[in-house]
Design a protein around this ligand. Structure first.
Ligand code: AAL
Length: 436
């Protein structure tokens, strides 16, 4: 016989359902979330979306248990003198060869300070990285450096790069050394054609032979990287030379892509480099910084874009996911990654590197200095200091020129106060609502 839902039956069912809900609520009330963080995601109890993420997205030990989380401590470097109109920036990865550390970087030694792109001349630089060459320095301990002089000088007109060569990175492949750098001519700047050129040497101390043909060029018109290949960054991964880079189109405006990163791979250091069909593979970040991590590639993404100040991981080197959120990451980091070219399938990470700082707070016309950062992004060390949260800063940090509220904005805010700062609204239902 077919069971029919008569009114008394429905009433009994509803009553039972009600009772079981009350019982469940009572049970829940008796078992609040435990103080000891469960190792496994608790099953069979309600979890807020945020708590679910602790197991789905993060891990129950928070940043302490996240090998791809670190904070950063900075040290001024000894050995680089500060001179007028001398700027050093955008360090390469650091190598350690026969006990000596090597780093390459953009070095500008100009007669005049940068004056902006509109006022640049043959001798007046437009930006901090204009009229620059690639220099190098060595160190025995990573803190005190000895500047060695130019590794590669910008070529003579009309060879590409005659205006400025900058933002170098280094590759070691089959016992030879390769430097890659941005090659600007006839001028520097965001809307200038900027391919990447290379130089090769048998030793990290050179001499370097410039390869006059660019190793990778910007993409076709209307593509995301149609004018610039910036920040070349070299690794060896899955048998290929991989170049990560920041690309940009000539077109500017809010509707255009700016500061995205892509990759291109090659079987030979001088190319051809084949761009990934998935480019751009990183949607944020001002400079490139990648390293072999376990069997994939990790990236430090800083300063620009919706995913700024994160570390990301791609199990295949191309499909990156956010792994941690950072405070005050290094600018233009050049880490010391012993296994950058080992292609071991078991990347171990790094604990320090060099970066740059603008002593006056920054901008394209400010001088830069190199600095050291230390961190714990390594599977081989455990330094709890770097896994801490809750970094706090001195009052001078908040009130420095780049963070304090500018005077003109303060005046505007005061002027608009009557419109913006409405009276505090009373909580709860209004008198009208109560009467209804
Ligand atoms: C850097 C890099 C590239 C840009 C400029 C010099 O930090 O992103 O190199 O072109 O700024």
């Amino acid at each position: 016989m077919k069971r029919r839902w008569t009114i008394p039956r429905v009433a009994t069912f509803t009553a039972l359902l009600g009772l079981s809900l009350v019982a469940a609520a009572a049970e829940l009330k008796e078992e609040p979330f435990p103080a000891v963080m469960p190792e496994e995601k608790p099953a069979g109890r309600p979890l807020s979306a945020s708590w679910s993420r602790m197991w789905d997205r993060w891990n129950p030990h928070e940043d302490r248990g996240n090998e791809l989380y670190s904070n950063f401590k900075y040290t001024p470097l000894a050995g680089f003198s500060r001179e007028t109109n001398v700027s050093r920036r955008d360090p390469s990865k650091v190598l350690k060869i026969d006990g000596t550390y090597y780093v390459w970087y953009t070095c500008r030694r100009s007669e005049f300070p940068p004056a902006g792109l509109d006022r640049a001349t043959d001798v007046v630089p437009g930006t901090d990285w204009d009229l620059a060459d690639v220099w190098y320095a060595t160190s025995r301990d990573g803190f005190t450096w000895e500047e060695q002089g130019p590794a590669v000088r910008r070529p003579l007109r009309p060879t590409r790069g005659f205006r400025s060569i900058c933002t170098p990175d280094v590759l070691v492949w089959k016992g030879k050394y390769y430097l890659y750098f941005q090659a600007y001519s006839p001028m520097v700047g965001g809307q200038q054609y900027c391919p990447v050129m290379a130089a090769a040497a048998d030793s990290p101390a050179g001499p370097w032979t410039l390869v006059e043909k660019p190793v990778i060029e910007p993409g076709p018109p209307e593509s995301w990287d149609n004018i610039k290949i910036n920040d070349p960054y070299l690794l060896v991964y899955r048998g290929r030379i991989v170049m990560y880079y920041k690309g940009a189109p000539i077109e500017r405006g809010q509707e255009y892509v700016l500061r995205m990163q892509g990759l291109a791979t090659a079987g030979d250091p001088l190319g051809p480099f084949v761009k990934s069909p998935l480019n751009p593979v990183v949607n944020s970040g001002h400079e490139t910084c990648m390293w072999p991590w376990k069997s994939g590639i990790a990236a430090l993404v800083a300063l620009d874009g919706p995913e700024k100040n994160t570390i990301q991981y791609a199990a295949d080197g191309e499909n990156f996911q956010i792994m941690s959120i950072l405070q005050v990451p290094p600018i233009a980091p050049g880490p010391f990654i012993p296994d950058a070219f080992a292609d071991s399938g078991d990347g171990r990470g790094f604990t320090w590197g060099l970066c740059h700082i603008n002593p006056d707070g920054g901008g394209p016309a400010s001088d830069s200095i190199l600095a050291r950062f230390d961190c714990d992004l390594s599977l081989d060390v455990d330094r709890p200091l770097f896994k801490r949260n809750n970094l706090r800063f001195e009052a001078s940090t908040y009130f420095q020129s780049r963070l304090r509220l500018p005077e003109n904005l303060r005046r505007q805010i005061e002027h608009q106060r009557e419109q913006t700062d409405r009276e505090t609204m009373m909580g709860g239902p209004s008198r009208e609502g109560l009467q209804r």
